[in-house]
Write a protein that binds this ligand. Structure first.
Ligand SMILES: [Zn+2]
Ligand SMILES: [Zn+2]
Length: 241
């Protein structure tokens, strides 16, 4: 028997998931996007004025490409202008050499310039210092954990099973974190995810049938957007990664 006597989670993460359950796409992706959008807006007002955060940002050379362009959709011309002015001035300073480097120290000079531009020598970690990517990691852990808490309850299991299902990244994350829970939650996670996969497979089959047999007719069933939900399962919701 599942532990129904436990308290149904009441937190910002439970609320964010509850709202995400009503919408199309991976619930964790949806809740992350919502939370990060609020963080982005708040950065443009408060985070930007925080001296320590601004220095971190200058040292990390700005944000990753995804979050840079999400931020750019908000009115942040002044904030970004100031931050990038400091970043690029600093990068420029590392290139200021009175004479061209001699052949012997060329590699050392280049290494110094690149170290200053990238703030790390590890290619794959270039954007690892992005403040919003770090925030996403924290939020993601919390949301996945809350989802698992919700799966301890019949209502939570039922509501999750009616969603698009978790994207691959978040299903993998949930499988990793579910070890902290009992066998019943572990089973509930896989059973609910199976229900979501099964539903999408049926919808995809209906979509394919519609295209094969009624190519000339317009079909407007829910199955016609099944490819989008399948893409969300395989690649996550747009704007999260
Ligand atoms: Zn996801
Ligand atoms: Zn980022």
């Amino acid at each position: 028997m599942l532990q129904e006597e436990k308290q149904f989670p009441q937190s910002w993460s439970a609320e964010a998931l509850e709202q995400a359950f009503e919408r199309e796409g991976c619930p964790v992706c949806l809740a992350i996007l919502e939370t990060l959008q609020r963080a982005i807006v708040s950065w443009s007002y408060e985070g930007f004025t925080d001296v320590e955060q601004r220095h971190l940002l200058i040292r990390s050379r700005g944000f990753c490409p995804l979050h840079t362009w999400q931020l750019a959709q908000f009115p942040t011309a002044f904030q970004l202008g100031l931050v990038y002015h400091e970043i690029i001035t600093d990068m420029l300073a590392s290139m200021e050499k009175p004479t061209l480097p001699s052949r012997t120290n060329w590699h050392t000079t280049m290494r110094q310039i690149l170290r200053n531009i990238f703030s790390t020598h590890r290619q794959q970690a270039i954007y690892a210092a992005c403040l919003f990517c770090q925030k996403r990691t924290q939020v993601e852990l919390r949301l996945v954990d809350t989802l698992l808490q919700l799966l301890q309850f019949e209502e939570g299991r039922m509501r999750f099973a009616q969603t698009t299902g978790l994207c691959r990244v978040h299903f993998a994350q949930a499988c990793k974190q579910v070890h902290h829970y009992d066998k019943q939650v572990q089973t509930a996670l896989v059973v609910a995810q199976r229900v979501c996969y099964q539903r999408i497979v049926e919808e995809l089959e209906a979509l394919i049938r519609n295209y094969e047999y009624h190519a000339s007719q317009q079909v407007h069933g829910a199955e016609m957007t099944a490819w989008r939900r399948a893409a969300e399962i395989c690649a996550g919701n747009p704007g999260v990664y």
